[in-house]
Design a protein around this ligand. Structure first.
Ligand code: ADP
Ligand code: MG
Length: 237
């Protein structure tokens, strides 16, 4: 087979960090639970994308990750599937709040992430709520009240619901900041920092970004612990 180094070169993957595990070049090498492998097969996917191949083994080691990769590279299941495995291992009580939290800049992106979580999590009996502004809170609160493993949210609406004390984040131990650069461009940094204060520091944090400017580097250094960085292609600062 292709060596880890040859695979990284071919797919323009660069990694920064100590003892970075080899990429999972095939789905079978992931050792994901069979129901998840079945979903990937049913989706018609034939192999992990480069960001999935390199970030999955790192995420499964419970390490923090910074992933710099362009749109369309398959980041969503890149973080969702290790999140599902984290959920399975912890087996937390959903009545105590979500375990996985994904922050996303817009309603549209949050909805897409939620759809992927429902599609790939259904066979693992994973429940998920999606919280975003510009829509009534009632149905979102009802979803939360049913008890969910995963919350996908935009920062503004999540803070509104936290202020109402209708959701607690003290059981969250897997935090994803998706499209971090865009969230900062949209002015969400204070909202993100406020949310993170509600989450225990004993957690795994994964940050995804298309660009790597100093504002993103700063929030990464504040919120992540000894992250492994995975870059796909040229990192545009
Ligand atoms: P990103 O978040 O990096 O922009 P997405 O997670 O939205 O990318 O994925 C882009 C598209 O690629 C989606 O339609 C997704 O279902 C699909 N996709 C994800 N993983 C794979 C894969 N391993 N093989 C083929 N298509 C995939
Ligand atoms: Mg995305």
């Amino acid at each position: 087979g292709l060596s880890a180094e040859a695979y990284r070169r071919r797919h323009e993957i660069s990694v920064i960090g100590a003892n970075v595990p080899n990429p999972f070049v095939t789905f079978n090498s992931t050792c994901f639970p069979s129901e998840i492998l079945r979903e990937l097969h049913q989706a018609g996917f034939s192999a992990p994308t480069p960001i999935q191949a390199q970030s999955w083994p790192i995420a499964l080691q419970n390490r923090d990750i910074i992933a710099v990769a362009k749109t369309g590279s398959g980041k969503t299941i890149g973080y969702l599937i290790p999140g599902f495995i984290h959920l399975k291992r912890l087996n937390n009580d959903v009545r105590m709040g979500p375990t996985v939290l994904v922050l996303s800049p817009t309603r549209e992106l949050a909805t897409q992430i939620h759809e992927e979580a429902v599609k790939f999590g259904k066979s693992s009996r994973i429940s998920c709520a999606c919280l975003y502004g510009g829509a009534p809170k009632g149905p979102q609160l009802r979803d939360i009240d049913r008890g969910v493993h995963v919350v996908v949210a935009t920062p503004g609406r999540l803070n509104d619901i936290l202020e109402m004390k209708r959701l607690h984040l003290d059981q969250v131990s897997y935090l994803v900041l998706d499209e971090a650069d865009r969230m900062l461009d949209m002015g969400f940094e204070p909202q993100i920092r406020k949310i993170v204060k509600e989450i225990p520091t004993k957690r795994q944090t994964l940050m995804y970004t298309a660009t790597w400017p100093k504002e993103v580097r700063k929030i990464a250094s504040d919120l992540l612990v000894k992250p492994v960085q995975v870059n796909i292609g040229n990192v545009n600062e």
